[in-house]
Structure formats: C-alpha cells, structure tokens
Design a protein around this ligand. Structure first.
Ligand code: F6R
Length: 353
C-alpha cells in the first residue's frame, strides 16, 4: 500500500498529477469566471423564460451547482438535461447552455443540434472538439476552457465559473465578484490542510480516505448545494477511486432509504455526511437521527462540514474535499486516479455501433 506522505511514491502512482489538478481549483474558479464574463457573442436573453443546461458527467455538475447555488438569485428556472433529448418546453425563448469539456460527447452534441433547430438562444462551453467547431461555424460565442486539463471532471472550476460569469454577462445573475473572491479565499485556506504535502496525521482528507478503506462510500447532503456536493463525491469516488458509490439527499432519504438501513445491512458501507450552514433546522435534526439509524445497521460514518458562508464557497469547499478524498482513496486502493477506461471503452463502442 502506498504511503500517501511519500512525494516520490505519489508521483509514480499519480503520473497525470490528478492531485495537482485538484490543488488548482481556486485559480481555475477565478480564471473560469473571468473567461465567462469576457466571452463575446453570448446570446441576447432579455426575454428568456428558462435555462436548459445540457451536459454529461463531469461537464454536467456545473449546471447543478449553478442551479442550487443561485436558486435565490436566478429569476429563471434551470433544468439540467443529462441525455440526448431536449424537453418539450425548450423553445425560442429558452437559453440552452451546452457544456462538454471535450466537445465530442454525443448526448450534448444532439441537444446542441436540436436547440439550433428549435431556434433557442444557444451558448456553448467547451475546450474545442466538434461542439466548439459547430458553435463557431454558427457564429456563436464559445466560453472557452483550457484543452490541457487532465480530465473533464478536473475542469469543474472552469466549467462552473465560466457559466456563472457568462450568466452575469448576459444579465441573468447579479455581480458575482464577491462570491468568487470568497470561493478563492476558502479554497486557498483549505488546500494546504487537505493537499498532498500535509501529512496524514494532520490531514483530514487522507485520514478519511484511510477510514473508508474497502467499504462502499455513501454521501448524504442536504437538498440544495449539499446534495449537489454529495453527487459530486459519488462520481469522484467512482472515477478517481474506481469503486461503486452512492449518494442521496435529506430530507428525501428519510422517506425511503432509511428503511434499508436494517440490522447488519450497513456492514460494508461508509457514510459521509456533508453538512452546510445553509441547511434548514429540520434537515440538521434529520442528519442526526438518520445517521443514528444507519449506524445501528453497522455503517461507519463521518461528518464533513463545509467551510465559508456563501452557497458557492460552501459547495466548492465540499467539492475540493471530496476530490482529494477520492483521489487519495484511489491511490490507497492501488489505482491511478486519472484514467477512466470503462467510460472510454463505452464511448468507442457506441461511436462504432
Ligand atoms: C469525467 C469524465 C466524464 C465526462 C463525460 C462527458 O472526467 O471523464 O464524466 O465528463 O463522459 O464528457 P465531456 O465532459 O467531454 O463532455
């Protein structure tokens, strides 16, 4: 088993430097915001009535973050579309944001084509690929993301803040400068505590990865940014640690999942409770009671509290923590965090089908 505190061993086990990519989240957020804000050729959305955010996997998370973090400030309803078909309500007065890191994801390209046919106001965020080329040939402004990142999921800072900056530039969100500054401060404060240079004895992310060990992680979050963070933890466990993982949200899970935590059913699981100060009091009480039920079923549990005050800062503090924990868990399990061989194989098989 790798010693997470041995820099040379880490470099050998993480040759694409996923850990380095995680460490750049604060500066990615700043760069993404500035790029979004300065993007030329964004659509005119003065009379827009809704936003459809189309993307898959690592390129869809940003839509969920924007929807949850700005729900008190966005006048328009937002739906994240994770598939190749636009819902019927999408029409001429809808802003359709197509998000694909590679620009070559079939589902996102299908939504893009459909949005153009329906005459929607289309905006694209990508590092290039077919989506970038088609957007440019249609005279659409592209919110650009650097093409050299290690993986789409490592682009979450660029993708989220690129879209947020563009929404501000389009007049759909108020000025976000203060939010972005808080995100930077919070992440810059956390990274040295959670990052690879901090020894296990003083590093809560390395400790949590070791506690999870070979149990299956379950992430719980409160409806809103907590739940979005829980979903991100789940997919990062899948992709960085190559392990099954699950997530759910409170209060919903109190109406179904808790019943599943019956005697002995938790023995192979590890519960991570992602907490924010934005939870309503009812959800805080539910966390305590629901965790008790799961622990009676044999689950091991730990709480991770978000840092910061604003919704975006709290969301990204949890994202940063989960990105580190999942990458450390991958290394402890003997996996290079970066490759996602099964996703690549599926994409190839479907492209040839
Ligand atoms: C994350 C990852 C996937 C992709 C997804 C869509 O690192 O590899 O979740 O994000 O397959 O691809 P893109 O983001 O290129 O549209």
């Amino acid at each position: 088993v790798i010693d997470l505190d041995d820099a040379e061993a880490r470099r050998a086990a993480d040759p694409s430097d996923m850990l380095g990519a995680v460490a750049r989240l604060a500066s990615d957020a700043r760069r993404g915001y500035e790029t979004g804000l300065g993007t030329v050729g964004l659509p005119d959305v003065d009379d827009a009535t809704g936003i459809a955010f189309c993307g898959m996997g690592g390129s869809a998370v940003s839509g969920d973050v924007v929807r949850a973090a700005f729900r008190d400030r966005l006048r328009l309803p937002v739906e994240t579309v994770r598939g190749p078909e636009l819902p019927e309500w999408v029409g001429r007065s809808t802003l359709v944001v197509c998000s694909s890191y590679s620009g070559n994801t079939a589902e996102t390209l299908a939504c893009f084509g459909e949005a153009l046919e329906r005459g929607s106001r289309v905006s694209v965020i990508t590092s290039g690929g077919e989506l970038g080329a088609r957007a440019t040939s249609n005279g659409l402004g592209v919110i650009s993301v650097p093409p050299e990142l290690v993986a789409p999921r490592a682009a979450v800072g660029h993708l989220t803040f690129g879209v947020a900056g563009a929404l501000e530039a389009m007049g759909l969100l108020p000025r976000l400068g203060g939010d972005v500054r808080e995100v930077e401060q919070v992440l810059e404060g956390l990274a040295p505590r959670l990052g690879p240079e901090a020894p296990t004895a003083a590093n809560p992310a390395k400790q949590l990865a070791r506690r999870i060990d070979d149990r299956v992680p379950i992430a719980w979050g409160g409806e809103g940014v907590g739940a979005v963070a829980a979903a991100r933890w789940k997919t990062q466990f899948n992709e960085n640690a190559k392990i099954p993982a699950f997530w759910s949200a409170l209060p919903e899970l109190d109406h179904n999942e808790v019943v599943g935590w019956s005697a002995g059913s938790g023995d192979r699981f590890f519960l991570v409770c992602l907490r924010t100060s934005l939870e309503p009091p009812d959800v805080s009480a539910r966390f305590r009671l629901s965790r008790d039920i799961a622990e009676s079923a044999g689950i091991l549990a730990e709480e991770v509290a978000a840092a910061g005050r604003g919704a975006l800062a709290q969301a990204f503090s949890l994202v940063l923590t989960g990105d580190y924990v999942s990458a450390y868990l991958g290394l402890l399990r003997g996996f290079d965090p970066t490759p996602v061989e099964a996703i690549d194989r599926l994409k190839r098989a479907l492209a040839g089908a």
